[in-house]
Design a protein around this ligand. Structure first.
Ligand code: PEP
Ligand code: MG
Length: 659
């Protein structure tokens, strides 16, 4: 029995829809297949289903054979035609899994640490503050298969071992799903990984190899590589990115077989110093940030995204240690100074006592700043200085509000795109931006359109290999070349503007045409929404000033836009021609360099002369030593990590001569 239909699932049967489809199919006893272009695969295998690469608006056939074939076809065709009527998010939680995940282990007591010698390393001071705590090394090892050939008598036992490992990985993923603190997007990702772990394509191939005499670990590595290669070969960037998921699942199974625990950020003890060669912004954003006392990394610089996340959560960080980070692998206790960039390994008693004192003093200072939370800072002439927050996810709203943010001066939309295995839909984006607008109304929320390039690619956009990704196809350049992606974001923003005070700004602008072309697209989107009867409202359009070109054309740009927001992180790297991620040129990457300060001043002059708002959302906006100069230049909005807001308000309030 079979029926054909046109797929209406937005973006096709990728990870999450495939997971839902498989879940539905597994609810029926019948054998169920999905057929596309004459190729049939089991509808109960998400890997096979994903590899079929079914896209929106393609024709497929659902074929079922068994007692409940009619019901199966009804349900599955129903899902393909109207996916929203499918399973809800809750349905993806593990069935019957324990209610909570294992608690984090206790931190090793500081007093138990060795005290001889205090080697001091110098890195980039990336997030201020001092911290001392037990070291938590995060250097996930490469796993290699032993390549052992099994005797015939060992094969059954090895198969059992493998099945046990798969069951244990699935149980762990079920526990993660049963936790209630995952966002809907994260749940989808974990659910898709769990399905890969259970999928016949992987388990069947591993079992075949074991039966042929391969040891389980070598078999898992080989099978995962084969399936990952299949994903990589499909002509679809969404599916190409699934190759990493297959490797990740294979790795989890191997770790269980080895009797090892993954060095997971989930288990970081309270107050520990996280030490890693590199941490993806995505991994860090998902980590239990409240437990992390400090971060030390081989990679990264003061304005890398790890630094930005650390600062927004008030976590001291020293980055860019290079290979010297290896010296910390065996450390028991680490002390870090996020002001100077010093990292001290296993400090002696005196150093330890000194750090403890400074940590206490910082906590007291922090307590003293709380009174500034509800202060509305003004200039001598009564003009309000908006002290707003830089955030990148809805999870950070609370921290920003707690700090007393007067709105959002920079919402980085990249995380929204990086967090998902495919491009976020218009609906999902509209929900996110609307939630932000509502949370901060009547204050404004400045959403930056997608600012992504080849240095941090995302699933769903194919980036060319570039010699200089920072000078390449990124930010507004990429968006204007991909109106399909850009218009989806602009439509979502127009819809969200109904719910509060949304403003939109464009990153990496270097010529006026980028603004006029964007405005034309905004008008096109508004006309479409109107024709469709979808509620929407207009928004102020502004630009980030972060390229030397934008500074030099600032007077002309100011006539085209409603506001400027100076992005000092990029502006500094482009003015100084010093890569913001390269620790060897970190000294040049200095916003106080006269070249950069005069670029800021030129921008402010142009904006003030044109009567538009000039703000700043680069990290310099939160520096108490620079705030008086910026206000003197005419800036009326400063947007920063939530952790810096109260001190910035205090700084402005203390500008007595201005009053
Ligand atoms: C900047 O460049 O100053 C900025 C705020 O943007 P990002 O750090 O996200 O590049
Ligand atoms: Mg920037």
């Amino acid at each position: 029995m079979e029926r054909s239909t046109i797929v209406r699932v937005h973006e096709g049967l990728h990870a999450r829809p495939a997971t839902r489809f498989v879940k539905l199919a597994k609810g029926f006893e019948s054998e169920v297949e999905l057929v596309k272009d004459g190729k049939a695969v089991s509808a109960k295998s998400s890997v096979k289903l994903m590899l079929l690469a079914v896209k929106e608006n393609q024709e497929v056939t659902v074929r079922a054979n068994g007692a409940d074939a009619i019901e199966a076809i009804e349900a599955l065709i129903g899902y393909l035609e109207n996916p929203r009527a499918g399973l809800d998010d809750e349905g993806e939680a593990g069935e019957g899994g324990p209610e909570t995940a294992a608690a984090a282990p206790e931190a090793a007591p500081l007093a138990a640490a060795p005290t001889e010698g205090t080697p001091k390393l110098q890195g980039v001071a990336a997030s201020e503050g001092v911290a001392i705590g037990p070291a938590f090394a995060h250097f996930p090892p490469e796993i290699e298969g032993p390549g052992r050939h099994l005797q015939a008598s060992e094969i059954e036992g090895e198969l059992e071992r493998f099945r046990g490992a798969v069951a244990s990985v699935q149980a762990r993923m079920d526990r993660t799903l049963a936790e209630n603190n995952l966002s809907a997007g994260d749940r989808g990702i974990v659910a898709a990984l769990r399905d890969i772990a259970a999928d016949d394509s992987l388990t069947g191939e591993v079992e075949r190899l074991i039966k042929g005499g391969d040891d389980a670990i070598s078999a898992v590595i080989a099978a995962a590589s084969t399936i990952a290669a299949d994903f990589s070969a499909v002509d679809d960037p969404y599916l190409n990115a699934r190759a990493d998921d297959v490797h990740a699942v294979g790795r989890q199974i191997c770790l269980v077989l080895l009797g090892q625990d993954e060095v997971s950020l989930e288990t970081i003890p309270q107050g520990a110093i996280l030490i890693a060669d590199d941490i993806g912004a995505w991994d860090l954003a998902r980590a239990p940030l409240k437990r992390i006392g400090g971060v030390v990394c081989g990679h990264g610089g003061a304005t890398s995204h790890i630094a930005i996340i650390a600062r927004s959560h008030g976590i001291p960080a020293v980055l860019g240690l290079g290979r010297r980070v290896d010296d910390l692998r065996g450390a028991k206790v680490v002390a870090i100074d996020g002001h100077t960039g010093h990292v001290i390994v296993d400090p002696d008693e005196a150093t330890r006592a000194d750090f403890m004192r400074r940590v206490d003093a910082a906590a007291r200072e922090h307590g003293g700043l709380k009174v500034f939370k509800s202060v509305t800072p003004t200039r001598a002439d009564g003009t309000v200085i908006e002290v707003a927050a830089n955030i990148g996810s809805l999870e950070e709203i609370e921290a920003a509000q707690e700090a007393g943010a007067m709105g959002v001066g920079l919402f980085r939309t990249e995380l929204l795109f990086m967090r998902h295995m495919h491009l976020p839909s218009e609906d999902m984006q509209a929900e996110t931006y609307s939630a932000l607008a509502r949370a901060f109304a009547p204050h404004s929320v400045i959403v930056r359109t997608l600012d992504i390039g080849g240095d941090k690619p995302i699933a769903g956009i194919e980036f060319p290999e570039e010699e200089n990704p920072f000078l390449g196809w990124r930010g507004i350049r990429m968006c204007l070349d991909r109106p399909d992606i850009f218009k989806r974001q602009l439509r979502a923003l127009l819809r969200a503007a109904v719910h509060g005070n949304i403003k939109v700004m464009l990153p990496m602008v270097s010529e006026i045409a980028e603004v006029t072309r964007t405005r034309a697209l905004v008008d096109e989107c508004a006309a479409e929404l109107k024709a469709e009867g979808v509620p929407h409202a207009s928004f102020d359009l502004g630009v980030m000033i972060e390229t030397p070109a934008a500074v030099l054309i600032a007077p002309a740009l100011a006539k085209e836009v409603a506001f400027f927001s100076i992005g000092t992180n990029d502006l500094t790297q482009y003015i100084m021609a010093a890569d913001r991620l390269n620790p060897t040129v970190a000294k040049l990457n200095d916003v106080t360099n006269p070249a950069v300060m005069s670029a800021i001043e030129l921008t402010a002059k142009a904006g003030v002369a044109a009567g538009i708002m000039v703000g700043m959302c680069g990290e310099a906006a939160g520096r108490p030593d620079l705030i008086p100069a910026f206000i003197g230049m005419g800036l009326t909005e400063l947007s920063m990590s939530p952790a810096s807001i109260q001190r910035a308000k205090k700084t402005i309030a203390a500008m007595a001569p201005e009053r």
